[in-house]
Design a protein around this ligand. Sequence first.
Ligand SMILES: Cc1cc2nc3c(=O)[nH]c(=O)nc-3n(C[C@H](O)[C@H](O)[C@H](O)COP(=O)(O)OP(=O)(O)OC[C@H]3O[C@@H](n4cnc5c(N)ncnc54)[C@H](O)[C@@H]3O)c2cc1C
Length: 565
Amino acid sequence: MESRTAVVVVGGGATGVGIARDLAMRGVDVTLVEQGNLTHGTTGRMHGLLHSGARYAVADRASAEECIAENRVLREIAAHCVEETGGLFVQRPGDSDDYFAEKLAGCRDCGIPADVLTGEEARAMEPALADDVQRAIRVPDGAVDPFRLCVANALDAEAHGARIETHAEVTDVLVEDGGVVGVEVEHTSGPGSRTHGATEEDEVIRAEHVVNATGAWAGEIGAMAGVDVDVRPSKGCMVVMNCRQVDTVINHCRPKGDADIVVPHETTAILGTTDEEVDDPEDYPEEQWEVERMIDDLARLVPVLADSRTVRSFWGVRPLYEPPGTGTSDSTDITRDYFRLDHADRDNLEGMTTIVGGKFTTYRLMAEEITDHVCGLLGVDAPCETAETPLPGSERPGDLDAAMARYGLRSPVARRSAQRLGSRTSEVLDTADPNPVLCGCESVTRAEVRDAIDRAGTDLNAVRIRTRASMGNCQGGFCAHRLANELHPDYGSEAASAALDDLYAERWKGQRHALWGDQLSQAMLTHALHAATMNRDGRLEGVEFDAFDAGRETATDAASASGVE
Ligand SMILES: Cc1cc2nc3c(=O)[nH]c(=O)nc-3n(C[C@H](O)[C@H](O)[C@H](O)COP(=O)(O)OP(=O)(O)OC[C@H]3O[C@@H](n4cnc5c(N)ncnc54)[C@H](O)[C@@H]3O)c2cc1C
């Protein structure tokens, strides 16, 4: 099979979907190919922090200025994906006064609103903060939903004529006469929504230009085209807690260090993170000591974390890059800036541009820069409008309030649905059919699940990231099979069963290093339920039990071992 387009964008993370949207809005014919589902890479494995820029205000002021500018843009164009939590940079005994002063001055110099709170004021705002927190700088950090934001970008790109292909892996970059002329793609299902068991198919996509937006994988695409892209992937560990122990983003105010941020995210709090260079973005060790480090260190800022329930842990890989010859040995010193690699200039290879580095918060700006560049090459003279044009679901924030009233949105279930759906609330919830809650932890109703299945086919992990179903306290224990039921009657029992297995295995994967205390009891309950009602003790493909560890000792274990209850 062969097709033709003006631009192929490789990579369906924030950067790739942002570029596809921008190109499509400027009238360029664009095809995006992604090897997994949207957000399969780093974008689906990040902290969910909408940076205010304060984190970079001392060491990297250019990044800090970009972050605060884009923070403001995303609050406008993607209000339904952003929660305005605010952030605190807290100082504890032993943390430098000079650094605190530098951070405050840096924020103000970069135009980041920042004011100082005393320890008492900070604790009045966040009661779970440690008693020894001396003071804090308040900044406009936020929480952002990367899944919803990427899907909204992809939807809008499609609405402007783009072709978005997930489960389509680039297996080769086509080079002819010293220039890139397209890519070869292997579909793990046919075009459109994923259906289990579709025949595998190769496609040659010929294009005037190829954009390599594969983040930590950019070196692999570079190698296919015969050029060096020296990405230095760096892993970071994150730990998901059972509830929001804090309502504000809590940062440790110190120069640099691991485990220094807690981000409230939907019904959870996410602790993070580490920074360690790895060889392969798909294959690197995920170890329990990293998880323990997060909890132990961050419990110094928020003591209740030490005995809270840990639901799961996950890792992401930063697409760090530094220009040849820089020679930084410590990955924590590599810049967080982004780079546009123009392979025509750099390697005498026409037809391909790579974008690497950067942050989720600056994805739109990165997309704008690449799109300006590609439009220049193609002779397209159209301005960028992505900073002003709202994403689908966010056009009219007032609609949310109206929808709340219309659907009796005093109920938390409907309020949460409306928060997730934004301006699509009426379209999705306006149904004559019964609309029960299928996922109790996250309050997701059948109408939302059905809507996601209409878009994602049998891929229940894609349904999960669109709706949050199975992402709460029970990690799919009570709802995974209900979600699979919704595939009937459009899909057969084999497809439903395979989709359930995929979702179930994925939910267990994140619990490998989180099994102690209350979460261990919850996990045992889930296993027992599924073993007894669905024969899952006899058929558990996809769950690697060898990768589970022994968990850690809790305060309760220690007390019973010493005879003290
Ligand atoms: C631990 C951690 C925490 C972070 N926290 C934050 C944060 O809180 N806030 C923030 O602003 N930033 C954060 N970041 C940074 C941010 O997540 C990344 O910079 C951003 O998500 C990168 O997006 P991307 O689209 O460039 O790459 P990705 O999201 O990795 O997208 C690249 C895509 O390319 C696809 N791909 C690869 N090879 C192929 C192929 N051969 N064919 C087809 N597709 C292919 C991959 O599957 C992937 O989906 C964090 C990063 C890490 C690692």
